[in-house]
Design a protein around this ligand. Structure first.
Ligand SMILES: [Zn+2]
Length: 312
């Protein structure tokens, strides 16, 4: 009997060692940096972007990316971005909504972490007398709860591509989306445009290269990256959850294996998307959805004064 227990104990040690190894740094292969011309963009001068933080939740860095510290507690951002354009404004993701407590409570207990709530996107827009008629839609980077919770308060179409449409129909973690989106109009879009910065196809929202969506699946089936190109020449890549923290790009650090198994439908595809972003990262600001500081170059909607929130 003692041999059996020794065997079980040894197996346990071996499994723990394998688990620990999967948290160690192991940068993925560096891609060839992008040397071609950057895609054309002629953004109108009235274009502007703002961040609308709606709250945060806590996670330790070692769970976020390989090589992250155990005692390094990170606040994960739940932030929406307003992209103003004369042809119609867009939000990228919706942040926490008024019912976020219920959305959190609906998750399995092991996935709930301490969180802080701020104002919802709708409350922030209202506080600055934003004309909701300007809002053309909400482009979600993907349909997980922490990106869509606020949709129930936003009377605007939700932009959905075919792969994400299939994902939300079957995914266990699509429950919040199914609930909040049931009250919303869905705007179906496809990747009808040419390859873009290494991604196989694209969707140019306004036809002027200012806002271009590409498919970057693997976290969910139809996860996307939204490229935003501003009149002052700055370029942004909103990469959703390709990585949870910027080290995914700066250190080429994927999620630890165990977290990939829990969080990604296809980790290999996530890596390919991340490699494409690493290849262009020198040319733009890369914003992983949950990295609080990645939003630093973007003015907060609520702190803007002296400008007109609704350009005409
Ligand atoms: Zn997320």
């Amino acid at each position: 009997m003692i041999y059996v227990w020794t065997g079980v104990a040894l197996l346990g040690v071996a499994a723990s060692l394998i688990a620990i190894r999967s948290f160690r740094p192991a940068p993925f292969a560096a891609p060839t940096p992008w040397t071609g011309p950057l895609p054309d963009a002629s953004p109108p001068s009235e274009m502007a972007i703002y961040q609308l933080p709606t709250g945060t939740y806590e996670n330790r860095a070692f769970l976020a990316y390989r090589g992250g510290g155990f005692s390094d507690v990170r606040q994960f951002a739940a932030t929406a971005v307003l992209v103003q354009h004369p042809a119609g404004d867009l939000l990228i993701d919706a942040g926490f909504g008024a019912n976020v407590e219920a959305h959190i409570a609906a998750m399995p207990s092991y996935r709930r972490t301490p969180h802080e709530l701020g104002s919802t996107v709708r409350d922030q827009l209202r506080a600055k007398d934003y004309d909701m008629a300007r809002l053309k839609g909400v482009v979600i980077t993907h349909a997980h709860w922490d990106h869509v919770s606020g949709l129930d308060e936003l009377d605007a179409p939700v932009w959905l591509n075919p792969a994400e449409g299939r994902y939300v129909e079957r995914a266990k973690d699509g429950g919040v989306f199914r609930e909040v989106a049931s009250q919303r109009q869905i705007h179906h879009y496809t990747f009808d445009g040419p390859p873009y910065l290494g991604f196989p196809s694209s969707h140019d929202v306004h036809g002027d290269g200012s806002v271009v969506i590409v498919e970057a699946g693997g976290h969910t089936d139809g996860s996307v990256v939204v490229f935003v190109n501003l009149p002052d020449g700055r370029r942004f890549a909103f990469i959703g959850d390709l990585t949870w923290q910027i080290e995914g790009v700066t250190h080429r650090a994927e999620r630890p294996k165990m977290l990939q198994m829990l969080a990604d439908v296809n980790p290999k595809q996530v890596r390919e998307g991340l490699q494409r972003i690493v290849a262009v990262a020198d040319h733009m600001h890369v914003v992983p959805a949950h990295d609080v500081h990645a939003y630093d170059p973007i003015p907060k909607w609520m702190s803007v004064s002296g400008t007109r929130p609704n350009p005409s």
